[in-house]
Design a protein around this ligand. Structure first.
Ligand code: URA
Length: 438
């Protein structure tokens, strides 16, 4: 099958067959398709979209371009969560130990932060010694022993996605719903899961800015997962302000430990319980009833089991277990300063993307994939949407090491806060829940 025939068909709004999509993905992986041909097809897909069957075939063929893990020797249900990414989004570090304590196995393969969004691997690496580059046999052994293990993407998983993503990045074809959905699911379905929960963020700090776009992505992800035989649930959740109070790697890890101690912010704690409960339901471990699963997740958190489970994980992955009791063992920023309010008023909006960018300027994130990050720096908010602030009261504290870009970060953070004289209506953190049956 010649690439130009496949490209022509999609260019003319035709529907590609499974065989045509297979030829494309295999051609990308083997190099038989030239980059200009793959890019032309990506642009045709971007412009003309894909039907449900095409999208399913693309995700499954991308999955089959690499290794598919098999954990059938582990008796517990295998479940994971994937977030489409946000600012201050640190839920993985809390829900993995909760769900593992509840009798599931969580083989978590996570990413690094890029641009204004953070990444789970960078947060874990703020813990001295914690290794995220386990080989697959170590990963499997820790998963079996502790109930959860956390690593980064391996070369073997969905290699076609890596090549396609790199092409999309330089051909303005990232923002295509079928391409995004197939890309995310090709990697998640390679984890050999029984259940998967997707946290699709919506708002100015998210990939999908509008609720409608987020809902459409959530629906596509659920359809692909369900079509591949995995119990898949998606939550559309609010990212119109940073999640929790901390943004920046060490600061976010501390917030997670505080949640695991039962002392974290209420909204973030509730989101962690909801995501954990949906994972327990998706895995079918304890009960198929969401109310019971919420109760189980809350008990595991409040009873301290999840806290101890995280300590076991730190030890198993080479980290210093005392970090959970002594936060000064993680790199601490040399300086900090408060950002004070210029006027009185209610916090109406905190631009999550601007907050994430300010934190990135301090060194907490990467502009380019090869940049080194500083685990110590970041921002801790003092106020969230709906809070009242008086003039000269602190809005946030900025933690920094080098002051080269401090002025720029400070300005960006100040502009992220929008005040109003009326208290704004509150938005629920969980906007919608979609299951395979929807
Ligand atoms: N995350 C992915 O893994 N792929 C995309 O295409 C977009 C976000």
């Amino acid at each position: 099958m010649r690439p130009q025939e496949v490209i022509r068909k999609k260019r003319d709004k035709g529907e590609l067959t499974r065989a045509e999509i297979r030829a494309f993905v295999r051609g990308v992986a083997s190099g038989a398709w030239a980059d200009y041909q793959s890019s032309a097809l990506l642009m045709a897909i971007y412009l003309n979209g894909m039907g449900d069957d095409e999208r399913q075939s693309l995700a499954e063929e991308m999955l089959l371009s690499g290794e598919v893990l098999n954990f059938s020797d582990i008796a517990q249900p295998k479940v994971d969560k994937h977030s489409t990414g946000g600012v201050g989004d640190k839920t993985s570090l809390v829900i993995a130990p909760i769900v593992a304590s509840a009798g599931c196995a969580v083989p978590m393969i996570s990413g690094r932060g890029l641009g204004h969004t953070g990444g789970t691997l960078d947060k874990l690496e703020a813990i001295p010694g914690y290794r995220v580059n386990l080989d697959l046999s170590e990963f499997r052994a820790i998963l079996r022993r502790i109930g959860f293990a956390m690593i980064g993407q391996t070369e073997e998983i969905a290699p076609a996605d890596r090549k396609l993503y790199a092409l999309r990045d330089v051909t303005a074809t990232i923002e295509s719903l079928p391409l995004i959905a197939a890309s995310i699911m090709s990697k998640k379905l390679a984890e050999g899961l029984d259940g998967l929960v997707l946290d699709v963020k919506s708002g100015d700090g998210a990939f999908m800015k509008s609720k409608n776009d987020a809902r459409q992505l959530a629906d596509a992800l659920v359809q692909i997962g369900t079509g591949a035989g995995v119990n898949t649930i998606a939550l559309v959740t609010d990212m119109s302000q940073p999640l929790g109070y901390a943004v920046g790697n060490r600061l976010e890890v501390i917030e997670c430990f505080e949640i695991l101690r039962g002392r974290g912010p209420r909204d973030l704690t509730e989101l962690c319980i909801e995501l954990s409960a949906q994972m327990i339901v998706a895995g079918g471990a304890r009960s198929a009833c969401i109310e019971d699963a919420r109760e189980t997740a809350r008990r595991k958190l409040e009873g301290g089991e999840a806290f101890e489970k995280f300590r076991e994980s730190i030890e198993a992955q080479g980290g210093n277990r005392r970090t959970m009791d002594d936060y000064s063992l993680m790199p601490v920023a040399a300086h900090s300063e408060e950002l004070l309010a210029d006027e009185d008023g209610f916090i109406a909006r905190i631009d999550a993307e601007a907050t994430g960018r300010a934190s990135m300027l301090l060194g907490a994130g990467r502009v380019r994939a090869e940049d080194r990050i500083d685990p110590a720096v970041g921002i801790v908010l003092n106020k969230k949407i709906g809070d009242y602030v008086e003039k000269r009261e602190p809005l946030a504290r900025i933690h920094y090491n080098a002051d080269a870009r401090l002025g720029e970060a400070r300005k960006m953070l100040r502009e992220a806060f929008h005040l109003a004289q009326e208290k704004p209506a509150s938005t629920p953190l969980v906007i919608e829940t979609l299951t395979g049956k929807n």
